[in-house]
Design a protein around this ligand. Structure first.
Ligand code: C2E
Ligand code: MG
Ligand code: MG
Length: 687
């Protein structure tokens, strides 16, 4: 048990002393004196004991001011805080008291609660100043260290360059929590011993423990020395504590301004250290002025948010999702964009992470949900039949106890069928408190919301989670494949199995970040259901999205009206009527997919297979040459049609004296994929 601190009350009024004694004796030992002279005698007697003095100013024999004058001359009392009791009458005495070295004031008559609070603060401060050595590690305490650094820099700062290094252990709290304070202390002590060892290698090497797991070093600056220090700490401290996989993060401020306080140097090193927190391979980061600039930026973005929400500077952009079977869009994801009145567009990458860090994202999310509901309402009112729009739900909201109510109220307010508002929950958020997440998801499901797991594969989640969670769609980011720097096909295999497994669980997958036709082909080939990405469309303002949908619908309508239109989807189904009919036709017909100058035969009827594709007795070489010629001819024709030009029927010789006239038609179009039909009429006789 800690010994009680002793407090000395100096006051001439017995009543006051008695009352204070009552109040303070619960937590402190209390001694008292009736005037300055008595107080000085008591002090001389019990020098070591007295931790704090509460001093009245006006007293007989020796008043408070005279006491302070004498008290101040004793070096050994330097760290004993004095709190003075003043009354309103005497304004000028406060200044005089401060000059006399008083720490703090309280108003008379005393408010006991306030006085106790002041006493505790003063004691804490003095305790820190008194202690030169940290109890756990034996290193300098923060105050001692700062003082030593100040002295060293004042003496030597002119003649050489110094660096201030601040470091700590990533996730040190976990060690304390899991293994106990004692184990935590052991780690701290091992760091202290390592610092002792390193210090022998340098001159003018000062070090101390700032607080908790934070240490600081001030040493002459040379880049290689800093690297040496960081390496030695990292490697040896890890060696000494094999069980914990320790990572040390060092922030370095190369001191170029000796006029600033040591605490400010610490702040700068601290700011730098934040830069390497959580990164596996970096444990040293240097301060530079841009860090301050970043911090200012960050503050700006935080300060602006209220105004931006009020003035509706945030806008909903929509990125279509494409059904890979029909190549038509099926709904969209709502993504926030910030149109700042002075700065123009600010990308989500600049503000989302900041808002995530301090929880503001919760409000931004809700703003987006509301605007998406408003939009859906508008479409419904216009008599449209919108597809679902998905919104992002960030971690704070996933753990918001009112999440379900908030969403329920929103869809009720705007009379939105719940299946039209899909929710994207980021994968990493599933991991923290699975029970809680599962409970809210289950409630949301009951209300009819559809839930997507976003960014699957980006975090640490195991596939195992999937089977326990009530998820309706899996969103996988294409980028997660590109994390392999080398292209070695591994990523593709992983994606293939992820999608296959999702199928087993009856989970449709959406792959996002799809940028190239090769990726599209690959995804179709492995049976992925939906895609989202720049290849199809970038996130766009609402008006553009409406135009996009209108164009799609127009296309659809046009194709249906076309006499020669073939229901392409039906053709894939080999047993459908269309398909059977197609095969029965006495004219060779082939259906191609044409996209960005690439031509692919999708389907041909039996007549085509027998008459044209079949290699007759002309030899393989010749056959191939003719097929290639046909291919080129079709490509040219398709290019014309794709550009909106008219294309005349073309005639060509399939084999000796067998001539065909090819007629080409556009039968379907989904964004930039065109489905073309070519019919081959035998015109040999006429020829
Ligand atoms: P996300 O939810 O995974 O959204 C997909 C991001 O990928 C979007 O970035 C989108 O523009 C981008 N993207 C789409 N297609 C492609 C592509 O083909 N290639 C590449 N490289 N990128 C593509 P954005 O809009 O910058 O948003 C980034 C992240 O910020 C989002 O990732 C989401 O986590 C967050 N976010 C965006 N809007 C909101 C919002 O309203 N609320 C919340 N909570 N988070 C949001
Ligand atoms: Mg998303
Ligand atoms: Mg995503």
């Amino acid at each position: 048990m800690d010994r009680k601190n002793t407090i000395m009350i100096v006051d001439d009024e017995e009543m006051i002393k008695a009352r204070l004694r009552d109040v303070l004796s619960v937590e402190f030992d209390v001694v008292s004196a009736s005037n300055g002279k008595e107080a000085l005698e008591l002090l001389a007697d019990r020098k070591k004991d007295i931790a704090l003095i509460v001093l009245d100013l006006i007293m007989p024999v020796m008043d408070g001011f005279s006491f302070m004058e004498e008290f101040r001359t004793h070096q050994e009392y330097a760290n004993i805080p004095v709190i003075v009791a003043t009354s309103n009458e005497d304004e000028y005495s406060e200044k005089r008291c401060l000059e006399a070295g008083v720490w703090d004031f309280v108003m008379k008559p005393y408010n006991p609660v306030l006085l106790q609070f002041r006493i505790k603060n003063a004691l804490e401060k003095s305790r820190m100043i008194i202690a030169e050595r940290d109890v756990v590690t034996g290193l300098y305490t923060k105050f001692k260290f700062y003082n030593e650094v100040r002295q060293m820099l004042d003496e030597l700062g002119e003649s050489q360059k110094f660096a201030f290094v601040r470091f700590d252990i990533d996730r040190f709290k976990m060690i304390n929590n899991f293994y106990g304070i004692r184990e935590g202390d052991k780690v701290l002590i091992s760091i202290a011993r390592e610092l002792d060892r390193i210090s022998k290698a340098f001159d003018n090497f000062l070090y101390g423990r700032i607080e908790n797991d934070i240490f600081a070093v001030c040493m002459p600056y040379k880049e290689e020395n800093i690297e040496l220090l960081a390496k030695a700490l990292q490697i040896n401290v890890r060696k000494l504590n094999k069980d914990y996989n320790i990572k040390v993060s060092c922030g370095v401020y190369i001191i170029n301004d000796y006029s600033i306080d040591v605490s400010e140097m610490y702040d700068r090193a601290n700011l730098a250290a934040k830069n390497c927190k959580g990164k596996f391979d970096e444990n040293v980061a240097y301060y530079d002025d841009s860090l301050i600039e970043n911090m200012r930026q960050e503050q700006y973005i935080i300060n602006e948010v209220n105004k931006a929400l009020e003035e509706e500077q945030f806008q909903v952009y929509l990125q279509p999702k494409i059904n890979l079977v029909t190549d038509r869009s099926y709904g969209a994801e709502a993504l926030v964009r910030w149109k700042h009145p002075e700065r123009g567009m600010i990308s989500p990458g600049e503000f989302i992470p900041i808002y995530e860090r301090n929880g503001i994202i919760g409000r931004l999310d809700q703003y987006m949900w509301r605007h998406v509901c408003m939009l859906l309402r508008k479409w419904l009112d216009e008599g449209k039949n919108p597809n679902p729009i998905s919104v992002n739900v960030s971690r704070v909201n996933i753990y918001n106890p009112h999440l379900v109510d908030i969403l329920k109220n929103l869809v009720t307010e705007f009379r939105i069928p719940t299946h039209l508002l899909n929710l994207e929950l980021t994968e990493s958020a599933f991991m923290e408190d699975q029970d809680l997440v599962m409970r809210s998801m289950s409630k949301l499901h009951k209300l009819g919301f559809k839930i997507m797991m976003d960014d699957f594969g980006s975090g640490y989640s195991s596939l195992n989670v999937l089977k326990d969670m009530e998820i309706d769609y899996l969103k996988v980011d294409m980028k997660f494949l590109q994390q392999d720097t080398e292209f070695n096909g591994k990523g593709e295999k992983v994606l293939t199995s992820v999608i296959r497994m999702a199928k087993w669980l009856h989970l449709p997958s959406i792959v996002e970040g799809v940028e190239t036709i090769e990726q599209v082909d690959f995804l179709k080939c492995i049976g992925c259901e939906y895609a989202q990405g720049f290849y199809y469309a970038r996130p766009m303002p609402v008006e553009d999205y409406e135009a996009f949908i209108a164009r799609e619908e127009e296309m659809e309508a046009k194709n249906v009206k076309d006499d020669n239109a073939v229901i392409v989807g039906e053709l894939w189904n080999t047993r459908s009527n269309v398909s059977i009919f197609f095969d029965m036709l006495e004219v060779p017909i082939a259906i191609y997919e044409y996209r960005k100058d690439k031509l692919e035969l999708l389907r041909a009827n039996s007549k085509y297979e027998n008459e044209i594709a079949f290699e007759k007795d002309i030899g393989e070489m010749e056959h191939n040459r003719r097929m290639a010629a046909e291919h080129d001819m079709l490509k040219e024709a398709f290019a014309k049609i794709a550009a909106g030009d008219f294309c005349e029927p073309m005639e060509y010789e399939v084999s000796d004296d067998v001539w065909y006239r090819i007629t080409v038609k556009l039968v379907g179009r989904r964004s930039d994929v065109m489905i073309m039909m070519a019919t081959f009429n035998d015109v040999s006789e006429y020829k």
